[in-house]
Design a protein around this ligand. Sequence first.
Ligand code: FMN
Length: 208
Amino acid sequence: MSKYLVIQSSVRGADSASGQLADRFKNQLRTIPDNEIVERDLGGNPLPVLDGALLGALFTPADGLDAEQKAQRALVTALIDELKAADTVVLSAGMYNFGAPVQLKTWFDYVLQAGRTFQYTASGPEGLMKGKRAILLVATGGVYSEGPAATADFMVPHLKQLLAFIGITDVTVVRAEGMALGPDAARAGLEKALSEVGTLQENLLAYR
Ligand SMILES: Cc1cc2nc3c(=O)[nH]c(=O)nc-3n(C[C@H](O)[C@H](O)[C@H](O)COP(=O)(O)O)c2cc1C
């Protein structure tokens, strides 16, 4: 059995290009009966952005927590447990201001926890999520895979860095590019990415 954690982060619902990539991918996964898929829709059900109370909940001994802090801590534990259980983590996101949207960044703020998903050792930090792989399904208004804007892509390198920090270095990226370059370019960019998602199926079967 292969376990997938699929996290979508666009706030645009059915109009979302990155969401359409994730939906196509999930539909493919469902054709293989013993795949287990856990889903999180961070666009539709956003995680509260990290604040002082939440930080307190994470770093206060359990017996000192009030009811709200206990609920916050339980949510963080649930998110980390979902990540730990997955063989493959699928993250879909549209680029906002050259980076990942806050909805997805917040998920990382919750799950990157010392002692749980990484640890500090005498020789530096060590990821504890080794052996998993990740698939990034990203949508961008412009084109970043090549050309003059390539150096302005702070989303994919950042996401890769966050994943590497917890030990996930096997990362496949599918890009729907040109979503803001007019209807023809957007359609072509999305179709190309959807087709790439289609070919992931073969790799998935090989990976099992
Ligand atoms: C607030 C905002 C900021 C954006 N910033 C960028 C950007 O920096 N670079 C870019 O190429 N596209 C940018 N876009 C366009 C989105 O990346 C594009 O619409 C993408 O399709 C959004 O993902 P989604 O369709 O999955 O929601 C931005 C869109 C919004 C709404």
